[in-house]
Design a binder for this molecule. Structure first.
Ligand code: ATP
Length: 221
């Protein structure tokens, strides 16, 4: 479904967000006070405007209140980030997401009624740190602070063994949701399916269970 977004601030974060939304066929009204960034973005987006988002008249003239979701992608300039967020909430936007550069910034944004705070630098650091901590982790989705869905390269020690033989659910409490073998994906793995070293396993489990399983296979992965 096509959605409409307002993106305020076209730095690295705001511009990559805008690009991704446009690539996914959504409509974006982008705003930045820097004309160079506006001109750059104008080559891919149709509604790109130069203006100051802390000026209520600018936001009103742009019809920002007709949009459901705005993203405030201003980080360094705290005052501009906070004032813009406040104006957007006052204008009645049902969802405002704002980028925070640190926990205090995030706290203030929450206090003034922002719906979602994102911490791109902190989250990317956690993500990369988690990936680098494991030799086999390809990617992961955090379901909650304790549960993850992880994509892992199958360890050498599993090569040629069936899911029944490995008995991962009973031994470690994790479930294998799918097995990727090259281009093909087995989305309903059966007990008799055989794991190969080059396979990628999509697993769900608690962090503790997944770590436990990794430790067990660790030196052989
Ligand atoms: P990024 O990390 O995304 O590259 P940054 O930290 O380098 O961003 P920020 O200070 O977070 O820079 O600003 C992001 C963008 O927001 C900049 O392009 C800046 O011109 C724009 N911006 C800042 N204040 C305003 C404002 N009041 N109105 C419109 N745009 C603004």
């Amino acid at each position: 479904m096509k959605k409409q977004f307002v993106v305020i601030g076209l730095g690295r974060f705001g511009s990559s967000l805008t690009r991704t939304l446009i690539e996914n066929n959504h409509e974006v009204l982008a705003l930045d006070k820097d004309i160079n960034l506006v001109e750059k973005m104008a080559t891919i987006a149709t509604h790109v405007v130069q203006g100051d988002s802390t000026d209520e008249t600018v936001l009103q003239e742009l019809g920002v209140h007709h949009f459901n979701h705005a993203v405030v992608a201003i980080g360094e300039n705290l005052q501009a980030s906070i004032l813009t967020t406040l104006l957007l909430k006052e204008m009645g936007l049902s969802k405002v997401t704002a980028k925070a550069t640190n926990a205090t910034h995030g706290k203030v944004l929450m206090k003034i009624g922002v719906d979602q705070v994102v911490y791109p630098e902190r989250d990317m650091g956690i993500r990369l740190g988690t990936q680098l901590s494991s030799d086999n982790l390809v990617d992961y989705i955090e379901l909650s602070p304790h549960y993850n869905v992880v994509e892992m390269k199958a360890p050498q020690s599993m090569n040629g063994r069936t899911l029944a033989q490995l008995d991962i659910r009973a031994t470690y409490g994790c479930n294998i949701l799918a097995i990727k073998s090259g281009e093909s994906v087995n989305i309903s793995p059966k007990a008799e399916d055989v794991i190969r070293t080059e396979d990628i396993l999509l697993m769900i489990g608690s962090n503790k269970e997944i770590r436990h399983m990794e430790d067990k296979y660790g030196h052989k992965w």
